[in-house]
Design a protein around this ligand. Structure first.
Ligand code: AMP
Length: 480
């Protein structure tokens, strides 16, 4: 199971960190709905509250009051298909000879088994089978021999894969981003302190200012008195491997990631989608909510080209229905699409319609939607997608279905078009993604659309010429 989470860390001058942590977890709720947790430290001891469920359900006012201290970290965990796993809820806490550690992890290690086995041979006892605990134990061990910065460096040199971490060592809050910067992490300033968060929207929620992204391979140490922070470039990256899918689907549109405002990226991708494969139709409809910014860019570019295409909100979303993706069976996923989206007949009847979505994974949403639109009287339904076909699984932290579940896993675009019964279907090119993000393809993780990954994964191709260790397939579940 590969997961996708949100992390946060806060150091304040003279007020408890629990509430700001709680608010920032709310802002990151879209990154994980299975569990939520906060760990704080008041200079004497660590306090922890980790619970299954949404942020709003996981804490009551008493829980927040019991989390003492002006320093803390938090975590929201992505749901796993059809199962809940209390053992892997985070932040993960461990006490050891020279102090306490709390750890929040977003990402997925590819060599967790190997390190876990080595540590187990040295006598470390694991309480979960997740990869976050492996990082915590490795770091705790290094802290027995080294100062904080050297200990983190040693751990970074051992762990491979994607990780954005917020860590609490006693009352010191740290942020670490993996040398390829696969998952986002940024730093912001508050009136009375500093914050580390997966996305800048969390900083906005606290009325703070985004300072910058944490650099790939960088460690940020917040001063426990909330007055500043130090940074250490612990590993010099050769290439980055930023996940393009954060921009396409996962992140909030109001977040800035690696210097790009996600909303503007999506609009530009929509514009390029029109440029590459625009189709004349009466109306263009976004698939809410993820297709919205793409569709507005697409329609704007069409209008710039003097097209008569009309932009309309023709699909209404029931916001109380969760993600179709996490429904355990295909039957339930299909029913959920129907529960979630309902067409507005007057914008559709007798018209040729183009629907715009960010991505097609299994194909459930588009198949159901096309049927729905045709039942509502659409004469033609064209589908335009703001990402390339997803042809391979994600090993870097996103739950993306297995290869044989992916509709583009072994079918051509034409075969997919036939299967979903669209009148036409086009995806955006990889070039358009790289150009919009202003990165070379070598600096992006494009594994799910190329099948070539920034790490050597057994049975999969690598996208890099640079020699990398063959780490083997990870079988320890990622819990971040
Ligand atoms: P599918 O119905 O399986 O083709 O999934 C496509 C829909 O799910 C699109 O509307 C996407 O916005 C959304 N989606 C894409 N990737 C993910 C993901 N990793 N987790 C949950 N939803 C996703």
């Amino acid at each position: 199971m590969h997961e996708k989470c949100g992390v946060v860390g806060i150091s304040l001058e003279d007020r408890d960190a629990a509430r700001p942590l709680y608010y920032s977890l709310y802002a990151l709720q879209h990154r994980g709905q299975e569990s939520a947790g906060i760990v704080t430290h008041d200079g004497f001891q660590q306090y922890s509250h980790v619970e299954m469920g949404l942020v709003g359900d996981a804490f009551d006012p008493g829980d927040l009051e019991s989390l003492n201290g002006s320093n803390g970290i938090g975590h929201v965990r992505y749901p796993t298909a059809g199962s809940v796993n209390a053992c892997c809820a985070q932040p993960f806490s461990v006490s050891f000879k020279s102090g306490s550690l709390g750890l929040s992890h977003n990402g997925n290690l590819v060599n967790a088994d190997e390190i876990g086995d080595e540590l187990a041979d040295l006598g470390h006892a694991f309480t979960s089978d997740g990869d976050t605990e492996v990082i915590a134990h490795d770091l705790a061990r290094n802290l027995l021999e080294e100062d904080l910065v050297r200990a983190v460096k040693r751990t970074m040199n051992r762990i491979h894969g994607s990780y954005s971490l917020t860590i609490m060592h006693d009352e010191t809050v740290l942020g670490v981003r993996d040398p390829q910067g696969n998952r986002p992490l940024c730093i912001g300033e508050l009136e009375d302190g500093y914050v580390l968060a997966s996305e800048s929207a969390a900083i906005d929620t606290l009325d703070g200012d985004l300072i910058r992204d944490v650099k790939p391979g960088e460690l940020v140490v917040l001063h426990a008195d909330g007055t500043g922070f130090d940074t250490y470039q612990l590993v010099e990256p050769e290439n980055t491997a930023h996940c393009f899918f954060e921009h396409v689907y996962f992140a909030r549109p109001d977040s800035t990631i690696d210097e790009n405002l996600v909303y503007e990226v999506r609009r530009e991708l929509g514009r390029k989608l029109w440029g590459e494969s625009g189709v004349e139709s009466d109306v263009v409809l976004p698939v809410p909510d993820s297709g919205r910014a793409f569709a507005s860019g697409y329609a704007e570019a069409a209008q710039d080209d003097d097209s008569d295409i009309e932009f309309a909100e023709g699909l209404m979303k029931n916001r109380y229905v969760g993600r179709t993706f996490i429904m355990p069976t295909q039957d339930e996923r299909e029913r959920a699409v129907r529960l979630k989206l309902n067409p507005i007949k007057s914008t559709i009847e007798g018209k040729s319609v183009t629907i715009i979505d960010d991505s097609i994974v299994r194909g459930t949403t588009s198949t159901q939607l096309i049927q729905l639109l045709k039942d509502a009287g659409a004469e033609e339904v064209h589908v335009r997608i703001g990402a390339p076909p997803i042809v391979a699984p994600c090993y870097m932290g996103i739950d993306m279905a297995s290869r044989d579940e992916l509709i583009a896993g072994n079918q051509s675009v034409e075969e997919i078009r036939e299967e979903i019964e669209a009148d036409s279907l086009s995806y955006l090119s990889i070039d358009a993604i790289a150009e919009t993000l202003d990165k070379s393809q070598a600096d992006l993780c494009l594994g799910c659309v190329t099948g070539e990954y920034p790490y050597d994964i057994e049975g999969e191709a690598t996208d890099r010429d640079v020699a990398r260790p063959d780490i083997g397939t990870q079988s320890r579940p990622a819990d971040d």
